[in-house]
Design a binder for this molecule. Sequence first.
Ligand SMILES: [Ca+2]
Length: 179
Amino acid sequence: MNARRDNSSRRGFTLIEAALSLVIVSVVAVAGLNAVSVARKSRTHATEEVQGRMYADGLLAEIVAKRYRDAALPASALGPEATDDIGSAAWRTVDDVDDYNGFAMSPMTDEGGNTLSSGSWGCNVTVEWVAASNPGNVSATESGVKRIRVAVYKGNRVVARAAALRTLGTDTAMMGVTP
Ligand SMILES: [Ca+2]
């Protein structure tokens, strides 16, 4: 009698153990899958950040290579002049740094209109006058210094940012032209 009771209680305990084991295995499996998913996402983000950095640096290099301001209309406001075409043509017909103010594109293309990315990539650009003594302060009027900021995104995520200062004096030093 006693022996039978011992046997049945041992069998019941084993069932509880089995149930607990299943729960533990499930929890461990879910945790493992989550860890794999997080690692994969982080690797994807790291790869995208390298790619985003290339797009941002490439576009910034294109912009800073332009003249500081329009040669024919040096006193014009920030942004493209009537003779510039930065939006509708396949290629960008621009001649100065601030023609890119407000510029946005998706997918990424080079200056000649060649596609560099899928449609999930894009960017936007801001060009502002900043105080010569403090490039962190935006200036409402011509200061001789322009700050160019490029933000590259993929989907809804800003992947890379790049910025540079371009000065009026650089036109003479770098290009041999009178600004
Ligand atoms: Ca222009």
